[in-house]
Write a protein that binds this ligand. Structure first.
Ligand code: NAD
Length: 336
């Protein structure tokens, strides 16, 4: 059993914790919280051991009637690997603590690529050597890597151009925006997302531009890929349909946007209405000459979750990538 700890039980951390707990070859030793809020109470309801992320806060949990099993240092002593799910930039501050405990660590996409020995996506990363840390790339980079890897393998990507319409904030982030506009963010073009894809697919030429919209459900990508060879539309649809972490939204399903997608996820029993797969509108997949066009949606809270599970096996076991993907998909029920 791989003993796993999650440091930072927020949007990503609580989902990673549940996904780890669902793996037959993993044991979730515990999760950390910085304060005894509703998330801490919910973690205990799940039966997860709670640890204080910051040493001198342990008493605050006891005062709130929430028992803690120890502090982050105790958790690090008890695990084979720690998954850092703290807010962007805090992982960098936590790194010294993990290294002092000699604990292999997985970081999230809000951190700079330099934080870890390598960046990771289960479908698209090349061979990863003997490393002590990995960074699971961001939700947008994960979504683009999963899409561009099979296209590059099958037809060669000459140049990809993607416009990302990003959600303004997650549903629980009441202080985010914009609330009544669509704004370029960043205003500079190309955005940093393309270079981030190159941490996974170094040879794929990709330019990205990004906007922020007053929605919380999902990101939307408008994708144009100039291919080296010239497949038919039907061939591209079949290629993408065969990818386990891509969901081709069927024509006629009546799914017209993120609202209906999340409703569908809830109806089929997904925890938290999570969509772990890229959601590609099948009828948008069109080839004109060597240019492929499509729209895809990415559930920012969820698509990186199976990737974190695979990153754990990549970091601390000899399990092959294919075997890990299959195990994760099976245990979570990935594939719509
Ligand atoms: P979040 O704010 O929802 O959760 C972070 C949690 O970490 C909170 O519970 C916070 O209290 C806790 N925390 C704060 N300081 C801490 C510390 N010093 N040690 C441990 N925990 C601490 O953030 P999130 O959205 O889950 O993002 C986490 C990481 O995942 C970031 O790098 C982010 O860029 C990345 N990410 C986020 C999304 C998304 O859409 N939310 C998608 C992909 C990747």
């Amino acid at each position: 059993m791989i003993r796993v700890g999650v440091n930072g039980y927020g949007t990503i951390g609580k989902r990673v914790a549940d996904a780890v707990a669902a793996q037959p070859d993993m044991e979730l030793v515990g999760v950390t919280k910085t304060s005894p809020d509703y998330g801490a109470e919910a973690a205990l309801r799940h039966g997860y051991d709670l640890y204080a992320a910051i040493d001198d806060r342990a008493a605050a949990f006891e005062d709130a009637g929430l028992g803690v099993a120890g502090t982050l240092r105790d958790l690090l002593d008890a695990v084979d690997v720690i998954v850092d799910c703290a807010p962007a930039g805090i992982g960098e501050r936590n790194r010294a603590t993990y290294e002092a405990h000699d604990t292999p660590a997985i970081y999230q996409g809000g951190e700079d690529a330099a934080i870890a020995d390598d960046s990771f996506n289960a479908r698209a990363s090349g061979e990863i050597g003997d490393v002590d840390s990995l960074r699971v790339v961001s939700c947008n980079t994960t979504g683009l890597s999963r899409l561009l890897a099979p296209l590059d393998e099958a037809y060669g990507v000459e140049k990809a151009r993607v416009t990302l319409v990003r959600r303004g904030g997650d549903p629980s982030e009441t202080d985010r925006g914009p609330i009544n506009d669509v704004v370029p963010d960043p205003k500079t073009v190309p955005s940093h997302h393309g270079p981030d894809v190159n941490t996974i697919l170094p040879d794929v030429d990709v330019d990205t531009a990004a906007l922020k919209a007053p929605v919380t459900g999902m990101h939307t990508h408008s994708v144009n890929v100039t291919l080296e060879r010239k497949p038919t539309t039907a061939e591209v649809r079949e290629l993408l349909r065969a990818e386990t972490r891509l969901f081709l939204i069927p024509e006629g399903a009546g799914i017209d946007g993120a609202g209906a997608l999340k409703d569908y996820a809830a109806d089929v029993g997904r925890p938290r209405s999570d969509l772990w797969e890229n959601c590609v509108w099948e009828e948008s997949i069109s080839v004109e000459g060597r240019d492929l066009y499509l729209f895809q949606n990415v559930h920012q809270e969820a698509d990186v979750v199976p990737e974190n599970v695979d990153a754990i096996r990549e970091l601390v076991t000899d399990t092959s990538r294919a075997e890990s993907l299959a195990r994760t998909n099976e245990a979570l029920g990935v594939g719509l």
